[in-house]
Each structure stands twice: as structure tokens, then as C-alpha cells.
Design a protein around this ligand. Sequence first.
Ligand code: NAD
Length: 432
Amino acid sequence: MRICIVGAGYVGLVTAACLADFGNKVFCIDKDSEKIRKLKKGNIDFFELGLSEMVLKNTKAGRLEFLSSTSLEKAVRDSNVIFIAVGTPPLPNGDADLSAVYDVAKRIGKFLKKSKTRKFKVVVVRSTVPVGTSDQVAKLIGNGKTAIISNPEFLREGHTVYDFLHPERIVIGSNNKSACNVLSELYRPLNARIIFMGRRSAELTKYASNAFLANKISFINEIACICEGMNANIKEVADGMGYDSRIGHAHLRAGVGYGGSCLPKDVTALIHLANKAGHDSLILKSIDQVNNFQRRRFLGKIIKSLKKNKGKTVCVWGLSFKPQTDDLRDAPSVYIINALVKEGYKVKAYDPMTNGRARQIFSDVEYFDDLYSAVKGSDILVVLTEWNEFREVDLGKIRSLMKHPVVFDGRNIFNHKKIRESGFKYTGIGVQ
Ligand code: NAD
């Protein structure tokens, strides 16, 4: 098939590379001309395991082509399936900003009307969008020969290529049989379970899934607070809960809260959607409030400890919102570091993957290429991402390098007994 993908970010680029790898001809378009210029040379501005190799292989084979936005009309003309995979960031009020989705839909609609094409085309809304957005996209495109499908993406950053190739389910929202057949055929190499439903249900399935995952995180963080007051251990509690197959271990790790470009914005967008539906959602608001509280609470403890020790220098290990990615969007590190800098503390940082991107966000932070140099002379060590390399550090060496052996572990990566035996004052989440 011939495919056009609009948006060359995490979702669009992975979809483009994987579909090209199945043998399709794929045009991948982005309005960011610098991004397209780099992609043409094989350079990707974010890290995803296996993506670079797949992009290079398929570009070289001529199956994957990168084009700037000015070529949108040409790519739409030459494609059977058009994916809209542009960003839907949060507006200041927390609702989803749909301007990019609607801009693209308007241009496609205008072109299809002008070209008077008779060919059947499928437009797939891949971005995460509130219920009713695909209906609006259908109105904007307004072409009887074009079917609009909602086909939300469920991949996890850090594992995007793997997740695209091994989906647990594919959701296709449409009541147009021919369009469903086209998409099923496109995904046939995945041999995956496909769930067909209405467009509006598909849109809500995505938000409900992300809100449910965020719910598990906020729930375990709340139980962690109870553990701290009751001298229980959240790791043991979560383990005991997770073996219940109705609950499961996933997303039951207490920590400084969830971040990233999806969970925070999708929870607030769903709160807005609930309001539009005439429902004041108590659970959704609590998920968001608990997550914000978790960051504030952890920061408060750090500052209290610094004041007690008259400390000035904080070393932060881990900046990305989770391991295996260099994405800093809405990461807890952004909130905590900005607050520490504002309070006048000196921040030194180490992240195995994110230092380059972080430099664009925190100008007042000193960056290091290894974790030992970063911790040297610090009054406190704060861990904000659970990178594996932090787990097996030489604790004796860290202790000798620090001014005060104080550790705040926002991801519970250390064994609290072992680290205290090594002479550290240790604060984790939900462990005494
Ligand atoms: P991203 O910010 O990485 O990429 C979006 C891309 O769209 C950018 O490169 C941007 O330049 C481009 N763009 C914006 N407006 C455009 C326009 N008018 N024309 C052409 N290009 C345009 O975003 P992402 O992480 O890939 O997310 C895209 C969508 O998928 C969002 O709705 C997001 O919620 C959803 N989603 C993301 C993930 C994830 O893990 N990142 C997972 C599932 C779903």
C-alpha cells in the first residue's frame, strides 16, 4: 500500500518506519523542516531502541521518504491511507490542543475537494484525541470517497518499535466496512488481535486506558504514604497485591509520580471530557492531584533535609521521565530541579541519555558524563529515574565523594537496609 503519515514524532516516525519495513511505500511528513532535513540524512532527534536502524534501512530501500509539509497534498494524492499523528499537547486549562489535527484535516479536505479525486482513501486519526474529534475531522474533510477511522496508538516510549510490532491489541474505530478491511490488511503482518468498535468508543478507549494506568500509579503512591506513617514497606505491599491476577504488578511501583508526554496530559484532557459529558469526575481529579502532591511532598522533604544540614549542592541522577528514553516532557525532574534552582540551590546532574536535551531546558544546571563525578562534593543525592546503572553503584565510593551521605530515592532503586548499613541517611518512597 501507499501510506502518508503526517507527524514525524515518536508515534508518526515509528509507524512510518515499521509500515515501510512491511514493504509499503511510506511518505512521512512534518511541519518542522529542520527535523525533515535531519531525517533525510538518517538523524533522529530522539532515541528509541532499534528505530534508527529501521529508518536507515527503509530509507535506503526507497520505501520510506521524508517530506516537508509543503508536499502534503502530493503525498495525499499518492496514498491510499493517510495517518494523522501530530501532537495534541495540553492547553493551559488542561484540555487537549487539537489545532494541529484540525489544520492537517482542513488541508487534506481542501485538497481532496479541489482535486475531485474518485479514489477511495482512508484517513486514520492516530493522535490521542477527545471523543468527537474524528467526527469533526470527517466534517472538515467532507469527502464522500474518504473514510475517517479512529485508530489510537498504545505504544510505550522507550519500547516503541517493539510495541508497534507486538501490540496486545489494535483498536479500530469505524463503521465503514471497506475502511476497516483496508486497515486490517495493513496490520495483517502483525498477526494481532483487532478490536472493532465505533469511532467515539475508540477515542475514549485510549484516554480510559491511560487514565487507568495513571490511576494505578497514583493509587500505589497513596498507599506508600500510608506505609510511611505505619512503618510498612510499599515494595512488599505492592508485591503482595501484584500477584493477584486481577491486579497485576504493572504500574504498581511507588515513586515520585508519573510524567511524560502522555499520562499527565491525557488525565487532564479526560477530566475536561468528563465535564463536557456533564460529569464531575472525582476519581480522575484525584489521580492528577495525587500525582502533583507526590512531587511536592518529595521536594518538600529534600528542602527540609538541605536546610537541616545547611547544604547547598544537590546532585540529581536521572532526568528523563522514565528509563530507556531521552524524553523530558513533564518529567518530575523538570519540576524538582526548577524549584531547587529557584530556591537558590546548586544542582549537578547526570543522566545516561538526556544530558543534551536537558541543557536546552535547565540552563543553571551543571552536567556530568558519569555518575561519580556528578556526586562529588554534593550535600544530597536525589534519584529521579530508575536507570539500571544506578542500582549497582559502589556505595562506599559514593559516600567518600559526597559532603553529606544523604540520599533521596524517588524511584526506590536502592535496598533501604543495605544503603543505610553503608552509612547513608536514606529516604525512599513508602519505606521506613
Ligand atoms: P511528538 O511531539 O513527538 O510529534 C508530533 C510531531 O507532529 C512533531 O514532529 C511536530 O512537528 C509534528 N506536527 C505538528 N503539527 C503538524 C502539522 N500541522 N503538520 C505536520 N506535522 C506537524 O508527538 P508524539 O509523542 O509522536 O505524539 C503524537 C500523538 O500521539 C499525540 O496525540 C500523543 O498523545 C499520541 N501518543 C503518543 C505516545 C507517546 O508515547 N509519545 C503514545 C501513544 C499516543
